[in-house]
Ligand binder design. Structure first.
Ligand code: SIN
Length: 543
């Protein structure tokens, strides 16, 4: 069969490589292959490999971080399949850091170095090049992809899924010249990542605009858990500042307010290594008491040679921002980081739409519940991509079962579809994106309440984006779709749970559903586009 994979992070690459052993595969990606979030991952990949560790312990930590809302089956699959998948990466040649330092033997598994991050009860985070794990993984997978017979279409932007008789049969794209094209497929696998650019401040790369998730919703696929948006506690609080890995706190760095007080010790017994949502809110609270000024990440207690050697990339980044972190604290603040929600799938990546699969951050297996455990995302991409690739072509076991007591809500938000071409096209500083980012950051961010969410809903419904004429327009449409859905989901969850914190409902309601699911009331009809895209002559399945 001809399989179109959308996205080229760890999930997309893994799926494409695995599927190419059996199927004809075309991989479509919006930027260059390595432009996605995977290449930016710093901390590493969590996996229970050590003799002191087990899948059961990893599962336990995943459930605790998830605020008890994770799907048990998905967590079991993640932690049980994880070691074999990481061994696959080792076999492919990912240069995970190694050491045999006899003074810290407990931190090594064989000679693989293991880091620690928040809410992990074991040292279990493998890393590469110190703090450049994602780049090493991406590089290795891209090299492996090039050794396979896969057609690669870079700078090709997904705009819509093509649905015929209830079955996904292809995708519409803007090709590298910006021309609309249609690519036919027997199956489409979305691995296009998250939508960090729903918010003003994000750790995500520019390409993270939720294109695949929004297209799936417009086509009629079920989305779930959209209200659970993870804010990473520590983005370097300078213009265009990037992620400062949680691994730095794992190694012993602490957080201080403007008075030098180590405030997280007042918030949680695990202080800086409490679950990510707790630390992010702790920082936000500290910032409120100091007129919004960022807090300081203080790594001066670490041996300077160790700090520089363990985190070479972050040493360069903090230096470039004017800080010597071996001697002074660096300013940090929370930023949008990861979508726990997305296209609802089973543990084989199957969605509610026949012919459509989804894996990685774009998917929602329920494995992260209401808050993802640090460094589980690379593992998720690996594990579920392999399972989805293996499920391609297998008979569907029936309708997608939504987990737990999920209710399926037909969404009444308008689908932002205007293909007339008559709409005004926003320029590069498109006001619609700035406007929706302001609304989302101010009212659908770390802390939420009914009045803010109702205001957000009204403000977002007043915005409109033109049809996908340019890649920027397509991204804005996706962001606006997802902003509206996220605001709606946050409004519907009248409790606090994990990353979803309502100041007007501060407690968790044990009777509330663990998951809420959304589907468009009016799936967008497939539209005609000019010509078929023929990536290569051998693609017989193409139109
Ligand atoms: C980090 O290195 O702090 C990010 C890791 C993650 O998002 O899991």
């Amino acid at each position: 069969m001809h399989v179109v994979v959308v996205g080229s992070g760890i999930a997309g690459l893994t799926a494409a490589i695995r599927a190419s052993a059996v199927h004809d595969v075309t991989l479509v990606t919006k930027g260059a292959l390595a432009d996605g979030a995977t290449a930016r991952a710093q901390g590493g990949i969590a996996v229970a490999l050590g003799a002191d560790d087990s899948a059961a312990l990893h599962e336990h930590d995943t459930h605790v971080a998830a605020a008890g809302s994770a799907d048990a089956r998905a967590v079991d699959v993640l932690c049980t399949d994880g070691p074999a998948r990481v061994r696959d990466l080792l076999a492919l040649g990912v240069p995970f850091d190694r050491s045999t330092d006899p003074t810290t033997l407990d931190r090594y598994c064989d000679d693989l170095a293991r880091g620690r991050e928040a809410a992990h009860t074991r040292w279990r985070v493998l890393h590469a090049d110190g703090d450049a794990t994602g780049a090493a993984v991406e590089r290795t997978l891209v090299a492996a992809l090039h050794r396979r017979h896969v057609t690669i279409l870079e700078r090709t932007c997904l705009t819509d899924l093509v649905v015929r008789d209830g079955q996904v049969v292809g995708i519409d794209v803007l090709d590298l010249l910006g021309e609309p094209r249609r690519l036919d497929a027997d199956a489409v696998l979305i691995a296009s990542g998250g939508a960090g650019h729903l918010y003003r401040e994000t750790t995500n790369p520019l390409v993270a605009t939720g294109d695949g998730t929004a297209a799936a919703w417009r086509a009629g696929a079920v989305l779930a858990d959209l209200e659970f948006v993870q804010f990473h506690p520590t983005r370097l609080a300078v213009p265009d500042g990037g992620l400062v890995s949680e691994a730095v706190r794992g190694e012993g760095a602490v957080l201080r307010d403007a008075t030098g007080h180590r405030f997280m010790t007042d918030v949680h017994p695990d202080a800086e290594l409490a679950p990510r949502d707790v630390v992010a809110r702790g920082i936000a609270a500290a910032m409120r008491t100091q007129r919004g000024l960022p807090v300081l990440l203080d790594a001066t207690g670490l041996d300077p040679d160790f700090l520089v050697g363990r985190f070479p990339g972050l040493t360069r980044a903090t230096r470039a921002a004017g800080f010597d972190w071996t001697r002074e604290g660096v300013p940090v603040a929370p930023a949008a980081h990861y979508a726990m929600g997305g296209i609802a799938t089973d543990t084989e990546g199957r969605t509610s739409l026949p012919g459509l699969l989804a894996v990685g951050e774009a998917a929602c297996t329920g494995v992260h519940g209401a808050n993802r455990l640090a460094s589980n995302s690379l593992l998720e991409g690996l594990v579920f991509a392999v399972r989805a690739a293996d499920a391609l072509g297998a008979p569907r076991p029936g309708r997608l079962r939504l987990r737990g007591d999920a209710t399926l809500v037909p969404t009444v938000v308008p689908a932002v579809v205007d293909r007339t071409g008559g709409a005004t096209r926003p320029g590069p500083d498109a006001p619609v994106r700035q406007a929706l980012q302001s609304v989302m950051t101010d009212h659908v961010g770390l802390l939420r309440d009914a009045a803010g969410l109702a205001g957000a809903r009204a403000a977002l419904s007043g915005l409109s984006a033109p049809g996908p004429m340019t890649v920027r327009d397509a991204e804005d449409r996706a962001l606006l779709d997802l902003a509206r859905l996220t605001a709606l989901a946050a409004e519907a969850r009248t409790e606090s749970r994990g990353a979803h914190a309502r100041t007007d409902h501060p407690d968790t309601d044990p009777t509330a559903p663990a998951t809420n699911a959304w589907v468009t009331a009016t799936p967008a009809p497939a539209t005609a586009v000019p010509g078929p895209l023929r990536p290569s002559a051998r693609q017989g399945a193409l139109a």
